[in-house]
Design a binder for this molecule. Sequence first.
Ligand code: ADQ
Length: 741
Amino acid sequence: MRLSLRFVLPLMLVLAGIAYAVAPLVDRLTLSWFVHDLESRSSLIANTIQEPLQELLAAGKRVKILEFFNRLTQDERLFAVGYCATPASRALATRSLPPEVRCSDLHLWEGTNHLLPSAKGPLHVTVRPMVSEAAPEGRLVLVHDMSFVTRRSEETKRYLFYLFMGLAAAVSLVTVVIAQLSWRGWMAGMRSLLRGEGLLRQPRGAQPSLPEFKPIARDLQRLIRELESDARARDEDQITWTAESLRAILRGELRGEDIIVVSNREPYIHQRRGDRIEAQRPASGLVTALEPIMRACSGTWVAHGSGSADREVVDRHDRVSVPPDKPAYRIRRVWLTAEEEAGYYYGFANEGLWPLCHIAHVRPTFRSGDWAQYVAVNRKFAQAVASEAKTKAPIVLVQDYHFALLPSMLREELPDATIITFWHIPWPNPESFAICPWRDEVVAGLLGSSILGFHTQFHCNNFVDTVDRLLEARVDRESFTVSFGGKLTAVRRYPISIAWPPEAEMLQKNVADCRSAVREQNDLPPEVMLGIGVDRLDYTKGIVERFRAIERLLELNPEWIGRFSFVQIAAPTRAGIEEYQQHEAQVRATATRINGRFARRGPPPIVLKVEHHEPREVYAYFRAADLCFVSSLHDGMNLVAKEFVAARDDERGVLILSQFTGAARELPEALIVNPYDADQCAAALHLALTMPAAEQRDRMRLMRGLVAEFNVFRWAGRMLLDAAAMRRRGRLIGRSGGVET
Ligand code: ADQ
């Protein structure tokens, strides 16, 4: 409307100006037409009255002549009539004859258009010869009132003005309608461009993008990306990422935003210990990373309530405020029946998706009953999130493979939400993934996300290839976005990490004390060289392959027998799944067999501790060890590798790292190995055990520098800053789309 006025008013003024400019021309034109008419009219009158006037003149009836003239002037336009017998005589005329009309001047006016001004308006004087024998110089004067010409001219000007105004309105209307239509077309095109659509191949039935955008599209997208990466580079150079800086940035960037985290595991588990209730904080990188966000934004964390006292501490909406000593955010607990947990968690998530996504040669098991529970539990969480949302557009952080369907379900419940999904495990190639009977549903479910994060670019590539293979979606490999069902998902790499610096408590005990204490606790001689492995007892971690590598080391370099021991801390996990029970048995049997082979001469080569340890104890083992061996057959990232590096503030110790971990891409200074190659791993073990202190320090320094810089606060902060930028861009596009409507 505002645009219409801005356009129509000037146009009307211009047209009004034109109307006024042409008015004098109209005046002149109408005057010449009317003068011509009056000439004709005067000739007609003169011809018509000639005969009766001649007769009256001949009869000398002056009175009759005057009556005759007066009758003639009853015509509203004929103002006066007069007759001059000679230039010297007095005019015989009606009283209305203007005094300026004198017989002496008539011969001058004959044949011309003579106009006289008067109070009523201009008068038109016509002189016609009225020759008779008695008066050879006789002349008839006809004076017409021309005020009607002025009136007509005014009327004409007025109509002309109205005509131009009407014309202006019509032209404006047509122009505004056309402008609106093309503006909307352009804006729609621009919006789709900014969203990354329109450049790529169109799915069948989709509207083709506006051809006029194509030349600028790539440039525009490149510019946006450059600006974003510029800003990102600037941010990341300038920010030292700590829990505090993350909190401060979030307060600035996401002031007042409604933030909800969804994960299977809760950040605080309430357990009953006799008549006391304890709030346990699981040792998880995820909790460490996301808690500062929740504290900064007073968010809500939706998770499965699994603790024995969880139900006792919640309010009637199943909420509890945490941390217990200083409440800053709340947990909304979702209760699962045993059947739901069996199908959703143990079944589809851990017997289906986990082996499907890890290439560890364990076949996934797919059961339709598990799938049904997985769908139902995802739906249950979607409803819980929707009921916790304080605004229509919250930021929801969905964690891991337990919730592949949640993003699209949430999108239905909260269409304006910004959904960031992080997939903590690898994404396999499309051929491997395609064996899942519900592959399309899983991929489509994830594409409900605004941002979908993986640890490595390789996993991003695999996901995008899978989408390309399975769904009718548009994939832009330049911006790494997928457009599916009219919604855009950005697929991004966010390598997870650990908190840096580690909590002071973890490094409290000095390295020398850790070395002696750990050896003592495990009945190992003080001088024995020590290796360490810390994992959940999971077949993807390559524990059996690790033990075989140790066996091979002792075969190839027997000088290490009795001088090297490896402590494996293995936390029991998913013990309800048969595959894990078999794996545990295999791990135990392999350790026993190898120990049986080499234990005769001194301490056992392998010390297997199948139990959970507190993080402080784990760090003491890291500090006590000469090497840490991470031999995952496939691992999204592997935080143990980073924790070992963080624990070594003495800059000693060697990390042996599987090439199949995400961490291997970030820590090339580790000894990178193929865990399936026992000889290569044995050589790496030997190299580590003999590595000079200076080389250990050089490698450790570089790795510590990387973990310090790319820590878990950066992981969380980067995702949220991207979400904030996405929301800002969305608002901008929304606003520019709303201007003219
Ligand atoms: P996980 O497969 O659990 O994580 P990882 O990244 O190594 O693997 O994290 C394990 C965590 O548990 C570490 O913090 C470690 O210290 C701790 N831990 C392991 N064994 C323990 C024990 N016996 N006692 C105490 N603590 C123990 C998944 C993916 C990974 C990804 C993470 C984070 O499989 O690839 O790095 O998520 O995204």
